[in-house]
Design a protein around this ligand. Structure first.
Ligand code: NI
Length: 396
């Protein structure tokens, strides 16, 4: 019934999605996006509040007292030039909703639309969260949103990401650790410059860097259990100006991904020990910085199973799967540190219609039919959570 209701409202949801898609804005700069969201909410009788700079929260107060379920969407886009040939192509040249957050916002809007119409029957409240800067990595939007009251009085929280790794319309759920902790590292290898033909009189930081990189890549399996998910990537290396000059230093940047809290905690020391050992062996010095980013995203098993049952009823058992862990990061993790909930992924891969490109690419797009499905999962799960708590707390 909710699905039918949402299909009737599909046009409105798609309309919003296409507007948002045309005006992508990057982390912490979602001013236009915030304005559009506030307007759309206002038009359906929901008063939104600006939070954490460019974020928006709103509360739909149900007639009956009960629990509060939060639904969260992220708002930011990426610095990618869109190459999709669509009528609603990005008008902010060089920027694109290449991670699909336009879809997330529209799904939550669709859910709010339906839930608000039902508020006279709701056994509790719905908190709507539009969060900026998910893509930021370290200074993400979730933390300031939480600090400024986004999940105050919230009992459960739900979030979703569009997911080209799964077939269109298939929902992926996972209990426990799902997205990795995403930390950044900066390494400087300090040598002694010299003539390229006389390396014996210099300390070559480029050669030392190569040994450091090599050694860091042996951590999985040598320093930690090979069965444990772990990624280290050096994504940037800079040093030198010419083919025959040994430079003074090399700068590297990288990312470290872990799926286990204890492993994450020992990583900074482990890396430091390896870098220190290698550099000292070659008479070089170093500077090392470990920057903690998003924590591990851990879904609550009870809420995840609860949503699995609801989703199976809507989509059929065959369309609800256990999602594979990903070494990607997601700042929804911060909410889950405070409130039980689950972060889901909704498949978008559709070879027939050409929706095959991955997120963070210039041709990523989805079949907009999934929007009503996403909204439905949010509405049905939220209603069931409110009603479950209601019957438990108010036995009659
Ligand atoms: Ni994303």
């Amino acid at each position: 019934m909710i699905l039918e209701k949402l299909k009737e409202k599909e046009n409105k949801i798609i309309e919003l999605r296409r507007i948002l898609h045309q005006y992508p804005e990057i982390a912490h700069k979602e001013y236009e996006t915030q304005k559009i969201i506030l307007e759309y909410l206002e038009n359906i009788g929901i008063e939104g509040k600006k939070v954490a700079g460019t974020g928006v929260i709103a509360t739909i107060e149900g007639k009956n007292r009960g629990k509060t379920v939060a639904l969260r969407a992220d708002m930011d886009a990426l610095a990618i030039r869109e190459e999709n040939d669509v009528s609603y192509k990005s008008k902010n040249d060089g920027f694109m909703h290449a991670c699909g957050h336009d879809n997330h916002m529209s799904m939550i809007y669709g859910a709010a639309l339906v839930l608000n119409e039902m508020k006279d029957k709701l056994n509790g409240n719905i908190r709507i969260i539009f969060q900026p800067a998910e893509e930021e990595g370290t200074l993400g939007g979730a933390k300031p949103m939480i600090e400024q009251g986004a999940i105050e009085n919230v009992d459960y929280i739900l979030g979703m990401h569009v997911w080209p790794d799964l077939p269109e319309g298939v929902l992926g759920l996972r209990s426990g650790p799902f997205f990795a902790a995403a930390d950044n590292i900066i390494i400087e290898i300090l040598g002694k410059g010299g003539h390229g033909a006389k390396p014996d009189q210099a300390v070559d930081p480029i050669m030392v860097s190569s040994k450091v990189i090599d050694s860091l890549h042996t951590i999985s399996g040598r320093e930690i259990d090979p069965l444990e998910p772990f990624v280290i990537t050096i994504g940037s290396i800079h040093g030198g100006t010419s083919h025959n000059i040994i430079p003074d230093k090399v700068e590297m940047m990288g990312t470290v991904r872990t799926m286990d809290k204890k492993t994450r905690e020992i990583m900074e020391n482990k890396l430091n020990r390896i870098i220190s050992g290698i550099t000292s062996a070659f008479n070089a010095n170093y500077k090392f910085k470990y920057i903690y980013g998003y924590p591990i995203l851990v879904n609550d098993p009870w809420v995840t199973d609860f949503v699995r049952n609801i989703a199976s009823g809507i989509l059929g058992n065959e369309n609800v799967v256990i999602a594979k862990q990903t070494m990607g990061g997601e700042d929804f993790a911060y909410y889950l540190e405070k409130v039980p909930g689950t972060f889901m992924v909704l498949g978008t891969y559709n070879e027939k219609l050409g929706f095959t490109n991955n997120v963070h690419t210039s041709r990523f797009n989805v079949n907009e039919k999934i929007l009503a499905i996403g909204s439905t999962i949010f509405v049905e799960s939220a209603l069931a959570l409110l009603n479950y708590s209601w019957t438990k707390n108010n036995p009659s």
